[in-house]
Design a protein around this ligand. Structure first.
Ligand SMILES: *Cc1c(COP(=O)(O)O)cnc(C)c1O
Length: 454
């Protein structure tokens, strides 16, 4: 029998998160105040986040200890398994060895609880009563609902309207964990009302939903805001998964030549890639780390590196990142978690410095890949994850052409069991190949009046 599953014991859950900032040759540029456009210090974030998370946000310390209470919750599903994808290798007839780390075993079905639990914990420690947040596909909202429920905090979720209608069971999952969920844009906030006034049929976007959640948190001292991606502390928390993956690869007696993950704001990519990038930075290895994004929201491959807002209305600090412009409303593709105009500051700097790579795939190619994966490996990937599966297939086909037996590691960051509407549309032939035009990107970028870094 060929061995498939590579497991770790509970004791092997990492004790520390890895902060790549400590090892970066060029440190991230500072965030700027949205009004004055001057660099802001940590205190500017205090209305939105608990102090401990703000300190992590600006930390350059290499290893940050994971609190015992957080590790304790992690044991509900961690360490997560890694699998050798014998079925997919056979289907592709490739000499490449393919492994995947599977984060779909968490309570909400993706990597998101790795940070949700940590964030809810620090909020609880600092006496926060309520957390507001946004969610795209519903993965982040579910993860935070689960985590807030665990630590006794109220949770209010602004869910991008198109997903709210596509994914009623995601909403009910959040309700089951005790959260209140609203379709965004909503009439509960000034930001939401402003968008509805100009476009009553707006499908919503992550940028809009962020504006709503931030507005509410900024107004109430007992309410904080929480973000499921992009920010440094979120990326930091996700490194628990890559550290496990590194230990599992070592256990399998192998090491990846290529690490692949889907890219929304950068958290699951950072989670799997940073512990391997550490080996590149510390030991001069050359493991390729590839971020995979949709052709309809291609900030890494076709956006620009400059200061931009994290939200649509322009309430957040300006961040130096790859962006399509904060007014960019991506086509309503099913990979809701990837419909974000910007990218994390740390991953943006790494891309600018050519330390990581990015590719894009269209809407049809990724579902071809997702179905092929499901038939070969059993697990149905989340629509976001299918992007990385498409990249893995591309890499495996390249290995076949070049006759190379490289090792490819995929982050299968979530299952698609609540995303069957997407698969239904794919099987019914209702999905169209969608690629944003250069004119659309240029028009969105032309609206930016934010500073250009350097
Ligand atoms: C949220 C999400 C993503 C995108 O967010 P990142 O921060 O880039 O990881 C990708 N896949 C799944 C399953 C998600 O839930």
């Amino acid at each position: 029998m060929k061995s498939r599953k590579i497991t770790l014991s509970e004791k092997e859950i990492p004790n520390h998160w890895y902060n790549i900032v400590a090892d970066m040759p060029n440190k991230p540029l500072p965030p700027l105040h949205p009004g004055t456009k001057e660099p802001i210090g940590p205190e500017a974030l205090a209305p939105l986040f608990p102090m401990e998370l703000i300190m992590q946000e600006v930390s350059a310390e290499k290893w940050i200890e994971i609190p015992e209470e957080v590790r304790d919750v992690y044991t509900m599903w961690r360490p997560t398994p890694m699998f050798r994808a014998h079925g997919l290798e056979k289907a592709l007839d490739t000499p490449a060895k393919i492994y995947y780390k599977y984060e779909g075993v968490s309570p909400s079905g993706s990597h998101k609880p790795n940070t949700a639990v940590a964030q809810a914990y620090y909020n609880m420690k600092e006496g926060v009563k309520r957390i507001t947040t946004e969610t795209g596909a519903g993965q982040w909202g579910s993860a935070l609902s689960f985590a807030c429920n665990h630590f006794g905090i109220e949770c209010e979720v602004y869910m991008v309207k198109i997903s709210y209608h596509h994914k009623p069971y995601r909403k009910l999952m959040m309700n089951t964990w005790g959260a209140n969920v609203y379709a965004s844009p909503s009439d509960r906030t000034e930001a939401g009302r402003k968008i509805l006034a100009s476009d009553p049929d707006s499908p919503g976007s992550l940028g809009i939903a962020i504006s709503e959640a931030v507005e509410l948190a900024a107004q109430d001292p007992d309410t904080k805001y929480s973000l499921g991606s992009v920010l440094n502390h979120v990326l930091l928390h996700q490194t628990v998964l890559g550290q496990e993956a590194l230990a599992q690869m070592e256990k399998a007696g192998d090491m990846p030549d290529v690490v692949v993950a889907p890219f929304g704001g950068g958290s699951n990519f950072a989670g799997i890639a940073f512990p391997f990038l550490r080996l590149n930075l510390e030991e001069g290895r050359s493991i390729r780390c590839v971020a995979s994004e949709p052709a309809s929201c291609p900030k890494l491959t076709r956006g620009v590196f400059r200061y931009d807002f994290g939200d649509t209305v322009g309430m957040t600090p300006l961040l130096p990142m790859y962006t399509l412009g904060h007014n960019f409303v991506p086509a309503p593709i099913h990979a809701g978690g990837l419909r974000y105009h910007g990218a994390g500051v740390v991953v943006s700097q790494l891309l600018k410095d050519n330390l990581i790579e990015a590719v894009s795939h269209d809407n049809l190619e990724v579902f071809d890949a997702g179905v092929q994966f499901a038939r070969a490996e059993g697990i149905i990937p989340a629509p976001e994850a299918t992007h990385a599966v498409a990249t893995v297939i591309q890499e495996a086909n390249r290995c076949k052409l070049e006759g190379k037996s490289e090792t490819i590691l995929l982050n299968l960051c979530g299952h698609g069991n609540f995303d069957m509407k997407a698969y239904e549309d794919y099987f019914a032939g209702n999905l169209v190949k969608h690629e944003v035009t250069s004119e659309e990107i240029e028009a969105s970028l032309a609206e930016l009046d934010t500073p250009i870094p350097g």
